[in-house]
Ligand binder design. Structure first.
Ligand SMILES: [Zn+2]
Ligand SMILES: [Zn+2]
Length: 651
């Protein structure tokens, strides 16, 4: 079964069950500075999970391209990638566990024809540090997710599979019980979801709940169980040896943290399901390696072609190197498509790391002889072909993507030469130095090791690993902090800046003309950045006029109003912005200034309807714009031909 079949079957399965298909978000979130990338299908939907109504309704489905920079070091095994597609379905206060679990089961066993005996599930086993409070004030311990156990038990029994429940939170559980288990209970670290982690870390008002994962059992020992932390026990779903592959997770958002520290049942209970397309395809083909699926095969073949079959994936060559190159070139292609360029900051830095790491890996596979890395951009074609028919690359200039990669490779060649010279100079290399080389020049451990084997030196691998782990912990903490801190501390400022982009969009159209159209925006807690179509530099006078309009409107303290209307109606009253075809019958628009300039001579429908600004948008926004404060345009510059960029600050 091809990945394309699986993607289509999934969307159809849920649209047949009255879900609306929504368009995927870009890989780089436009209005959320708290995170670098869209890393799951849930992420763009957080405002709706928190209670805002979604214009497409209460049942949603999509396939969301996602990117996880924090997994970059894990790439190289049989299942981790930086870029992946996540199939997702949501219930926003509609159906719950009784519908969700049987549907997922039906999709996996009937649509994908996975054998039920190969499926294992996990559930939340409870947390004796957390209390749930009932509406009449009684409290009880946050216990086992018994509803999920009941649902799964029924489904397994129908297939004549014994639904044996095993408590993995109990250290006394015996190896015999583990090897007989089918439904595994784990604690807060494995089967609890909230944006902040376990219940005790959730701030007041935060929502969360138990989750339930499905694992596919490849039934074989890949030779790694003996190296896993669980080596003294039989293998079980959360063992990381590669035998069990997590193929889907249903999150049940049913609690909200209270000021007194207890959890309260939510009125609007949500379901959030995410399943990795790469992994589902591997399971459907019973291949314990995502690189053997059609989502990677042609890319791997192209790599073999570039290095002229000196190494062949999984036969003569080490698999890891091929997997890293294939993942990184794919991730890089998608990031460049979504507007990222190599740099030393934020998203650009991650892209640079992907490209340079892939280059060193190619150099290594090459035996340091050929210059395959200089032809790396050729691999873009295999990536694009892999996604033919998905729409992801239909309107994309492939040569532009290749050019970005070629330019970065030219820059990197110089650094690489310097790095190789550096290695020549070092007499004795230890694990710490090997790590420095890795950090500074992007030399993977194996590359350094290989170079010194040639010089007759051995490196302490354990020391390298320790340095590496230390660094990984640090970067994980940093990215977790970025996600949490960003949302919690800056949401108010970000909301002000976002609302200001609506005003700026309209003010620019007033000053420069209706050919001005938003091309993108990016917001941090310090400034807003707004890209728009316009073919020349703005004059100082025009910048001043724009700024004056912004501040005049803010002084008038216009009101912000949200409306749900039909796309037809939205167009008729002159709403601007990106219109998403997939939204169906209803769209969400935000108007600023109801009652503004109700002048019979008003020049367009928008003004006659009484709005200064009217745009398609998902929110969130301030309620009155007076709260934004004074705005200053700090910079106006070119981004590319026909596109200008403005930076502005609240002062
Ligand atoms: Zn194992
Ligand atoms: Zn908006």
């Amino acid at each position: 079964m091809s990945s394309k079949d699986i993607r289509e079957k999934y969307i159809k399965f849920f649209t047949d069950r009255r879900h609306k298909e929504i368009a995927p978000a870009k890989l780089v979130p436009e209005n959320d500075p708290s995170t670098l990338f869209t890393s799951s299908g849930m992420q763009p939907l957080v405002p709706y999970l928190l209670g805002q109504s979604h214009p497409a309704g209460k049942r949603l489905v999509d396939s969301q391209p996602s990117f996880r920079a924090e997994d970059i070091e894990e790439v190289g095994d049989n299942r981790h990638t930086t870029f992946f597609e996540m199939l997702g379905n949501w219930s926003l206060g509609d159906y719950f566990k009784k519908e969700q679990l049987p549907w997922i089961w039906e999709f996996l066993t009937k649509e994908l024809e996975l054998k039920p005996e190969r499926l294992f599930v996990t559930v939340f086993g409870g947390d004796n540090n957390s209390q749930v409070v009932t509406p009449d004030g009684k409290t009880f311990e946050l216990g086992l997710d018994a509803d999920s156990v009941t649902e799964w038990s029924k489904l397994f029994e129908k297939e004549k599979i014994a639904p044996i429940v095993v408590d993995m939170t109990n250290p006394e559980t015996s190896p015999l019980e583990i090897s007989a288990g089918r439904i595994f209970q784990y604690g807060v670290s494995k089967n609890w979801w909230s944006r902040s982690g376990s219940p005790d870390k959730m701030p007041t008002g935060e929502i969360g709940g138990p989750d339930s994962e499905v694992f596919y059992d490849f039934g074989i020992n890949l030779g790694l169980h003996e190296e896993s932390p669980w080596k003294d026990q039989p293998c079980h779903p959360n063992c990381d040896c590669g035998r069990f592959l997590e193929i889907g997770n249903s999150v049940f958002i049913q609690y909200q943290k209270q000021a007194d520290g207890n959890l309260k049942e939510l009125d609007q209970k949500n379901v959030d399901f995410g399943g990795g397309l790469e992994r589902l395809t591997a399971a459907a083909g019973d291949k314990p390696d995502i690189c053997q699926t059609d989502l990677f095969k042609d890319i791997i073949k192209s790599i073999e072609g570039l290095i002229q079959a000196a190494n062949v994936y999984g036969v003569k060559g080490p698999k890891d190197n091929f997997r890293i190159i294939a993942d990184h070139i794919k991730g890089a292609t998608f990031l460049i498509k979504d507007g990222v360029e190599p740099s030393n900051k934020l998203q650009g830095y991650i892209l640079r790391r992907l490209l340079r790491r892939a280059a060193v890996e190619m150099h290594f596979l090459d035996g340091f002889k050929l210059k395959a890395m200089n032809k790396m951009s050729d691999l873009v074609e295999a990536v694009v072909e892999t996604y033919q028919g998905t729409g992801y690359f239909e309107e994309v200039d492939i040569n532009m993507i290749k050019k970005v990669i070629d330019e970065e490779m030219q820059r990197f060649e110089k650094t690489l030469e310097k790095g190789l010279k550096e290695i020549e100079k070092i007499d004795q290399i230890d694990g710490k130095k090997a790590f420095d080389l890795y950090q500074t020049f992007g030399f993977p451990y194996e590359v350094t090791e290989e170079l010194f084997r040639q010089k007759g030196q051995e490196i302490d691998r354990e020391q390298f690993r320790k340095e590496f782990e230390k660094h990984r912990e640090l970067s994980r903490t940093a990215s977790a902090g970025m996600f949490k801190g960003g949302l919690a501390d800056h949401s108010e400022t970000v909301t002000k800046y976002h609302t200001a982009t609506h005003l700026l969009h309209q003010a620019l159209r007033d000053v420069l003309g209706p050919q001005v159209f938003q091309k993108g925006s990016n917001i941090t807690s310090e400034r807003l950045r707004f890209d728009f179509s316009f073919d020349r530099k703005m004059t100082d006078e025009e910048i001043k006029q724009t700024e004056d309009i912004l501040n005049k409107r803010i002084e008038e303290d216009l009101k912000v109003e949200r409306k749900i209307v039909s796309p037809q109606e939205a167009k008729e009253i002159g709403a601007i912005g990106l219109f998403d075809e997939k939204y169906g019958n209803e769209v969400s628009i935000y108007g600023i200034g109801p009652g503004f300039a109700l002048d019979p001579k008003a020049k367009d429908q928008r003004e006659r309807a009484g709005y200064y600004s009217l745009e398609f948008c998902g929110g969130p926004h301030v309620e009155h714009i007076g709260i934004i404060g004074k705005i200053k345009i700090t910079k106006e510059e070119a981004v590319s031909a026909g596109v200008r960029r403005i930076r502005a600050q609240i002062v």
